[in-house]
Each structure stands twice: as structure tokens, then as C-alpha cells.
Design a protein around this ligand. Structure first.
Ligand SMILES: [Zn+2]
Length: 551
């Protein structure tokens, strides 16, 4: 089966029902039972239909695993009577099939109507991760654990198969710091939850970053230029005592994840990270390579099959004095020995993508994965104005590398970029899929199939008005469309946070346009307060996370 292909089969009208039965094979394992629970929760949250695991019902959805479809792929077929069969090549395949089935079904006042999409679909890219930034008391740190777990399930329904998180050493005194233990408790539980749903998990770390107060004599030399992010706690990986300390730190940290098991360990050069001393520089080609190789070995020894992702974020580019220095250096190092790395991650801020990769290829000829920035660009505070969909922007970024990418991991700061996450997940699933096609599927599923075309126009207006100093008169039209579509939505959709952040973005843009950018007035004050509540941002850093507050 060709990767990422969708082959539509025969279609027949679904039957609307207030009672749905979900059938799983006898003796099904924990993942399949959890996938059934995800399906049940999604249906019952979106309409008043009841979901049962036994007895008779007008509509039955059967989940099964039958190898031979292609890794993580699925097909959806008709079974006897009113049964829809969602068959995965493996357990994760069932989960992704459930996602497609849910998105093509209808949720109305009379109940649930199973989708008519039939066919087979297999993901093209094996690495379909989402990186959840956990800092500044953002959504991922502040939301109730249950809400966060549900959100991860919903991301998986779009095709993500991996959750990446960074353990922020710089926030803690040590591993025994009560705050560090609290952090570990929360995110190890999240990882375990993800694994029980068939997902993979990984840590993303800057390998020379120390705890809050590392010994002064072991610290590194700040890298000159604009590499962003510098908490002043980076160690010099060329000093033997510092290297020993880092290996000991990671020996202990990785042991914390022994029970959960890590599938990926990702090493990050800058923002944070780096040392510019004589022995370490250029960091990306020397100091970083040395310490990363040590820690990669440690991770692989502790976790069977753990894959190593080597990031090149912040590597020198054509604006620097020695544009290819780090790239050539890393390529040379990997030409000598690349046995310790599995993927190269490359990307850049805003529209930049490393020229070296585009023109000369991937160091070590390793599979390439990207790191699209879906959260922060063009709006401060991040997410402060509601939903921030920008499909044309991500289409442009993806088109440059879609022929060679093995996947990627969007950088996420919260839930306001939910639509951007869906776009990227579908790029990884099926690289040729157009961003707007995914947007239409999202709008139909999350809001209304009847309103999807009109709301697509709103998304286009949102993107044109993305920069806060460029909001134009069509903001008023976008708000009118949103208000008109809202009258046709079910009660469940109107109350949902996804609709509220979409609605509030339209409202905020209209108000900002009318007020020529001034953040004033009752409507904006209430909109920002509601966004703050939705993000659980009451106690987050006012910059960059918390929505603006109007006096
Ligand atoms: Zn150094």
C-alpha cells in the first residue's frame, strides 16, 4: 500500500442513532480498550447519543487489528447490517482510523450519524511528534491533568504518534527539588497515559544545560550572536568535571523514566544550550557532538530501541560570519560515525529554513524531520488573541521539504494553535495533502459541515490579519460570518473551547480594527478574560503567555 494514500470505497448513507454500540475483540489489550473509550467519549461529548459496549443498538462500530495494511495504517469498511469496521494494521492504526471516522461523522440534535468515508490510509512519515513546551506556567503546566490527557488523545486522532517534552533543568535546584518531583509526577503520568493509547514518548534536552545554580567554575562561555534563550546555566562540555556532572545528571534523569520507557531522546544545541570556549566551538560541530554522543549511548543503554534525534536549531546560517561552519563540521563528524544518531531535525524561526539542508542535503544522510513554529510567530502575547490559524504559511514552509521529510515535531505553547497542529499532523500523514483541505475537515468536524466553507473564508481572513498592526476592514466581515454560522451550531459546539477561541479571535480582531489597535473597552476586556480562563493562564507569566488584560 502506497504511503499516505486514501482510497475511497463504496459509500452508503449512515443511519442516525441515539444509541451506538462499540465492539472490540475478546481479550483486547489495554490500548484497544482505551481507543474504544476515546471513541465513546468523543461521540458522547459531541451529541446526546449514548454509547454502549454490549447489547443491541441501531449502529455498531467494530474495532479490530489485522496486520498487512502498512505500519500504523487503517481501513474503514462496512460490516454486516449497520456495522462500520475500523481495522488497524496495529493498535495505533485503530486509533488513527477512529480519528478519520469521527471527523467524517455527523453530530446532530437527533444523535450520531456514522461517517460514510470508506477506504484505506497509511501514514507516510514515521516520526509524527508534537513538542509540548512546558514552561512559564503555560497550558501544559497549568491545565488540570485530566484535561491535558484528553487533549493528547485528541491530537493523536489527527495522526500524531509521539509526545515530546523538555525537562526544564534550569527551573530546578536538582532532581530532588520538590518542584522537580512535582513536574515529574505530572508529566510521567501524561507519558504513561499516552503509551496506554499506543503513542510513543520522548525527552528533548539541551545536553549541556545545568540546574538552576551550577558550579561557577564549570559554566560555559556564552555563544556570541543572536541564538536566543540564555539562562546562564550552560556548562562547558569540554571541562572533564562538567562532562562528568552532565552524564551523572542524565543518568539520574533518564532513570526517572525507567517505568514509562522513552522511545526518543532528542538533543538540542541552542536556545537553550551551547558553549563558545576554545575547545567547544563551533558548538554544533564539536562540543555538542561530543556530549550528545555520550548521552545518546546512555539513553540507548537504558531504553531498548530508543531513537536519537539530533537537532540543529540555531545553527549558523547565511547571515553569520561562517555560514556553513557548523553544518560542514556536523556532516564531517557524522561521516566518520553516525551510528549513534537516527534523525536530523532542522528548521528555523519565522520563514527561515537552513539553506545548507536545502542545497547540500542532510548531514550524515540521516532522515530529516522538521520543527515548525506554530505558536509564537507574529503575535505577542502568544495566543493572546484567540485561535491563530495560518494554513498558507505552513503550506509554504512544508512545500520546501515535503519531498524528503520523514516527519517532524511542531513547537506548541498551548491550545490556541490547535488548527495549526491538525495541519502539520496531516502533512506528516500524507505529505501531498493541502493545508486548506485539512482546515475544511477540521471546521466540518469541530464546528459544522454546513458552515465549513464559510468558516474557511474566516480562516483566510484571520491569516491576512495575523500581524496585529495589519488588521483590515475584513475583520468585520469575518465576525459577521462567525455570528451567522453560530446560529446553526449545536449547543455542544457553541460551548466548546475550540469554538470559543475561534469566535473570540473574530471578535477581538473586529474590536481592534474599530479601535485602531487600542486594547480598550468592555468587549475586549471580557474576551481576554475568557481566553485567560480557557488557557488556565491566570497564573502564567504575563509575557509571553497571558492574554492582554484591559483595565
Ligand atoms: Zn566549552
Amino acid at each position: 500500500m502506497a504511503g499516505g494514500q486514501s482510497i475511497p470505497g463504496a459509500q452508503r448513507e449512515g443511519q442516525t442513532s441515539a444509541l451506538i454500540r462499540i465492539v472490540i475483540p475478546q481479550g483486547a489489550g489495554v490500548v484497544l480498550r482505551n481507543v474504544a473509550a476515546v471513541l465513546a467519549r468523543q461521540i458522547s461529548e459531541r451529541c446526546d447519543a449514548k454509547v454502549a459496549l454490549a447489547g443491541d443498538a441501531p449502529v455498531t462500530v467494530e474495532l479490530a487489528v489485522e496486520p498487512g495494511i502498512g505500519a500504523e495504517g487503517f481501513h474503514v469498511t462496512d460490516g454486516p447490517k449497520s456495522t462500520v469496521r475500523i481495522v488497524g494494521n496495529d493498535e495505533p492504526g485503530v486509533l488513527y482510523g477512529v480519528g478519520k471516522f469521527l471527523r467524517t461523522s455527523l453530530y446532530g440534535r437527533r444523535g450520531f450519524t456514522p461517517g460514510t468515508w470508506r477506504g484505506t490510509s497509511v501514514p507516510k512519515c514515521p516520526f509524527r511528534a508534537i513538542y509540548l513546551a512546558t514552561h512559564f506556567n503555560n497550558f501544559y503546566e497549568a491545565a488540570p491533568a485530566e484535561e491535558l490527557k484528553h487533549y493528547v488523545e485528541e491530537l493523536a486522532l489527527w495522526g500524531y504518534n509521539t509526545i515530546l517534552i523538555h525537562f526544564p533543568t534550569w527551573q530546578f535546584d536538582s532532581l530532588s527539588d520538590a518542584e522537580a518531583q512535582k513536574w515529574l509526577g505530572r508529566f510521567k503520568a501524561l507519558f504513561a497515559h499516552a503509551k496506554r493509547h499506543g503513542l510513543r514518548v520522548g525527552l528533548l534536552q539541551a545536553p549541556n544545560q545545568g540546574y538552576k545554580t551550577p558550579p561557577a567554575d564549570l559554566r560555559g562561555v556564552k555563544v556570541p550572536g543572536h541564538r536566543r534563550g540564555n539562562f546562564g546555566v550552560n556548562l562547558c562540555a569540554s571541562k572533564p568535571e562538567a562532562k562528568e556532572l552532565l552524564i551523572r545528571m542524565y543518568d539520574e534523569l533518564l532513570d526517572e523514566f525507567k517505568d514509562v520507557g522513552l522511545d526518543y531522546f532528542q538533543l538540542w544545541p541552542y536556545d537553550e544550550g551551547g558553549c563558545a570556549c576554545e575547545q567547544c566551538r563551533p558548538w554544533g560541530a564539536r562540543g555538542f557532538v561530543g556530549i550528545s554522543r555520550e548521552l545518546a549511548g546512555l539513553a540507548r543503554a537504558k531504553f531498548n530501541g530508543c531513537k536519537i534525534v539530533l537537532s540543529t536549531w540555531g545553527f549558523e546560517n547565511e547571515n553569520d560570519a561562517n555560514p556553513d561552519g557548523e553544518w560542514v563540521g556536523l556532516a564531517n563528524a557524522l561521516d566518520e560515525d553516525k551510528s549513534w544518531a537516527d534523525y536530523i531535525m532542522a528548521d528555523g524561526h519565522d520563514d527561515y529554513f537552513p539553506k545548507y539542508v536545502l542545497e547540500k542535503g542532510v548531514p550524515g544522510d540521516l532522515p530529516l524531520v522538521n520543527f515548525p513554529e506554530i505558536s509564537m510567530f507574529g503575535m505577542t502575547p502568544w495566543g493572546g488573541y484567540g485561535a491563530n490559524p495560518t494554513p498558507a504559511h505552513f503550506q509554504m514552509l512544508w512545500d520546501r521539504i515535503k519531498h524528503q521529510a520523514a516527519g517532524g515535531a511542531p513547537y506548541s505553547e498551548g491550545i490556541y494553535e490547535d488548527l495549526n497542529k491538525a495541519i502539520c499532523a496531516q502533512f506528516y500523514w500524507s505529505p501531498g495533502r493541502q493545508a486548506e483541505d485539512t482546515v475544511k475537515e477540521y471546521l466540518a468536524y469541530e464546528f459544522s459541515p454546513d458552515g465549513a466553507e464559510d468558516l474557511l473564508e474566516v480562516v483566510r481572513i484571520f491569516e491576512r490579519n495575523h500581524r496585529r498592526n495589519r488588521i483590515s476592514a475584513d475583520a468585520t466581515r469575518a465576525f459577521d460570518i462567525v455570528k451567522s454560522v453560530e446560529t446553526k451550531l449545536t449547543e455542544q459546539v457553541r460551548r466548546s473551547w475550540r469554538w470559543r477561541i475561534f469566535y473570540l479571535r473574530a471578535l477581538v480582531d473586529k474590536e481592534m480594527y474599530e479601535r485602531e489597535g487600542e486594547l480598550q473597552g468592555e468587549a475586549l476586556r471580557e474576551a481576554f478574560q475568557e481566553l485567560t480562563r480557557i488557557y488556565h493562564a491566570e497564573n502564567s507569566h504575563s509575557m509571553p503567555i497571558k492574554p492582554p488584560q484591559v483595565e
